[in-house]
Design a protein. Structure first.
Length: 470
């Protein structure tokens, strides 16, 4: 194979003397935040072997932790990953079927060099993915470490690499430790008499949430609690309002205090108030700011550029420092880990807290909301209502032939506004703002607007959409 071994700054670098490409692995499965695709045509055991070995070389790791979801393809991919890591001398701690936050918790809590989570989260059942987490709890992304893993994985020699010293696999049971830690942190919830409808969407959320809720004495009305990653009832994607319709209805019927909808791997949870209204992550962030900043000297909060301006309003009122960020949850996590701060939040529902190892954990963010309700002695609707003072559009996706040209056209048209060079085109005026971004994976641009009045919102939405489509 003609392989030469050298050591880079943080990883082994492999160079092939031939020009052969890695047969059978489609480079396009390497996405912005993970390695993802349809099983078995795109994601399969061959990809799992290459990614696992490449990741271990990138980290120069002696010990890694591995977990998986319950998709039909996950046991086969899991077996391939374990075998590959053993071949290159890695000691593997296998936590088995788990949520993505539990895998991240294992990396952060036990000091592993990294971890591999086999899960395609909210994607349809035919998909699967490898999420790569490095110590202390950073998800590899592109541009960045995932690009280096890609280079290694696409090397034709990586699949055949075997070390003289073989590794081994041991099982790690960490759920009990996780449950106890969360219950110790949220003692205010115990005995508060909360009644909550929880839609697990047949995803992984019940594995961690059910024992925590039971120990805290939360009365739960469960929907689709059984783990079944064929998702027979509805997709486990709460960002799509259609998937939350039943939850909203049941919350009202059951006169519950709160509704929660987990995504497939439970790293996100959306909230529904007692009236059946979805309270989106930007409003949830604004609700949590006063509670999270209290008593903190470092008052930085990282938030999505698509968030309502009310978040910045609340931060200023509470002497906080808001840091607007580009879209992409790994960037928030890394910022929080590297530079400090209190917490971070993205419009898709990813929320990360410094006091929880900066893990995006849907259960943890839900417990934060529940504690805020108890401490404030208010219903969620009462906390949210004064924060809904602006008019917002959903994020509108438009397929276009030349996304870059569209962005430049719109940017020139609104050059008199305050332009922020963060992610695509973000322009702010005294009474309205808009964000226009392009997709990383398809010829699509995404538009979101907010204004002081409904009339202004509709006027500017039609104007910008006309420019995009015209």
């Amino acid at each position: 194979m003609g392989l030469k071994e050298g050591r880079g700054e943080n990883f082994f670098f492999w160079i092939t003397t031939s020009e052969r490409r890695c047969f059978g692995i489609n480079p396009d499965v390497f996405k912005a935040y993970d390695v993802r695709g349809v099983y078995p045509s795109e994601i399969n055991e061959e990809v799992g072997v290459a990614v696992a070995k490449a990741f271990s070389f990138f980290l120069n790791a002696d010990r890694l932790v591995v977990g998986r979801d319950a998709r039909v393809s996950s046991p086969l991919l899991h077996k391939a990953v374990l075998s590959a890591l053993i071949e290159v001398g890695v000691e593997v701690c296998d936590i088995g079927v788990c949520t993505t936050p539990l895998l991240s918790y294992s990396v952060a809590k036990k000091g592993f060099a990294g971890g591999i989570m086999i899960s395609a989260s909210h994607n349809p059942p035919e998909y699967n993915a490898f999420k790569l987490i490095r110590s202390p709890c950073i998800q590899l992304s592109s541009p960045g470490g995932l690009d280096e893993v890609k280079k290694l994985a696409l090397n034709p020699g990586i699949k055949e690499e075997v070390k003289e010293r073989r590794g081994r696999v041991e099982e790690l049971s960490i759920l009990g430790e996780y449950v106890n830690e969360l219950c110790d942190k949220f003692v205010e919830i115990k005995g508060a008499g909360l009644r909550v409808v929880v839609d697990y969407g047949n995803g992984m959320g019940s594995i961690t949430a059910k024992p925590v809720f039971e120990k805290l004495g939360v009365e739960v009305i469960p929907l689709y609690e059984e783990v079944d990653c064929t998702f027979p009832n509805h997709p486990a994607n709460p960002v799509d309002e259609r998937n939350v319709e039943e939850l909203r209805k049941v919350v009202v019927e059951e006169e519950a205090d709160l509704g929660l909808a987990f995504d497939g791997d439970a790293d996100r949870a959306f909230c529904v108030d007692e009236t059946g209204r979805i309270i989106y992550p930007d409003i949830i962030t604004a609700i949590l700011v006063p509670f999270e900043l209290r008593g903190r000297s470092d008052k930085r909060v990282y938030y999505d550029l698509r968030f309502s301006r009310v978040v910045e309003d609340v931060l200023k009122k509470n002497h906080g420092k808001g840091v607007m960020m580009r879209v992409g949850n790994p960037f928030y996590k890394e910022k929080l880990l590297r530079e400090g701060g209190v917490f971070a939040a993205e419009l898709s529902g990813h929320m990360m807290f410094q006091d929880h190892y900066c893990i995006d954990d849907g259960l943890y963010s839900a417990l934060k909301v529940m504690r805020a309700m108890i401490l404030s002695k208010k219903k969620l609707s009462e906390m949210a209502k004064p924060l809904m003072r602006y008019y917002q559009s959903p994020e509108i996706s438009v397929r276009v032939a030349k996304p870059d040209a569209i962005l430049q056209r719109v940017k020139r048209a609104f050059s008199d506004g305050r332009l922020l060079d963060i992610d695509g085109v973000y322009v702010e005026y005294p009474d309205w703002w808009f964000s226009l971004r392009k997709s990383n994976t398809e010829p699509v641009v995404r538009l979101r607007l907010e204004a002081d009045s409904k009339e202004k919102l509709e006027e500017m939405k039609e104007k910008i959409l006309g420019m995009i489509k015209g």
